[in-house]
Design a binder for this molecule. Sequence first.
Ligand code: CTP
Ligand code: MG
Length: 234
Amino acid sequence: MSNTCAILLAAGKGERLKARVPKALANVAGKPLVSFALTVLQRCAAVDAVVLVVPAGYTARFEALVRLLGCRKVCAVVPGGSRRQDSVRAGLAATPAACDTVLVHDSARPFADEALIKSVVRAAKRYGAAIPGVPVKATVKRVGKGPAGTAGIVRETIPRSELWEVQTPQGFCRDVLQRAFARFGRYDVTDDAMLVEKTGARVAMVQGSYQNIKVTTPEDRALAAMLARGKGRR
Ligand code: CTP
Ligand code: MG
């Protein structure tokens, strides 16, 4: 029987959010941000176990939260590293031996729903690696250095038709991700699929959701709080 483990990343500082606590513990609509992703992973039938990766020195605090929320799928709470990918590596090392499929999810995304998680797991098992994303809606331009008083000078407009903005959770056959880390983990990357792409293995895109926003700045937190309250009323 197949076994899927989610690595839930909560070890970032959240410098851009400018909260007094690590971002995962920042208050969103009355709850710590990480609790949204924890709850959906706990509920999702496609997920068997969760490894929670937390800032060094905060293990007991997050363990208490996991207990409070009744997230019994959490099988380990481990300290992360300095870069996001170092935290992923720490999480990967703590996944149970029985796990053959790995999801990597940012606790900064409170609204990834069960249907999205299931479709990522299904595609990851089928193709080896799968990530959710949405077509870019904005016009995107490359901008170079400009004169004083400007933000820069437009170099070109990037054709948008093939551009997708990617999200988490990203799903991988465990050995595919492990091999990618072993070969290319020393490179700086902004998502996990980039490491797999470097190995030449294919990565499938599945339809994500425009609601699956990432909380990065104070504006995002305000928007997330509004969305959370709206969902609570439904
Ligand atoms: N993350 C992590 N370990 C790190 C850095 C990031 O586990 N060393 C996690 C964060 O907790 C977050 C996700 O990766 O859930 C996405 O990262 P980001 O949004 O950049 O969060 P932070 O690094 O916390 O924020 P900032 O870059 O503003 O400091
Ligand atoms: Mg960061």
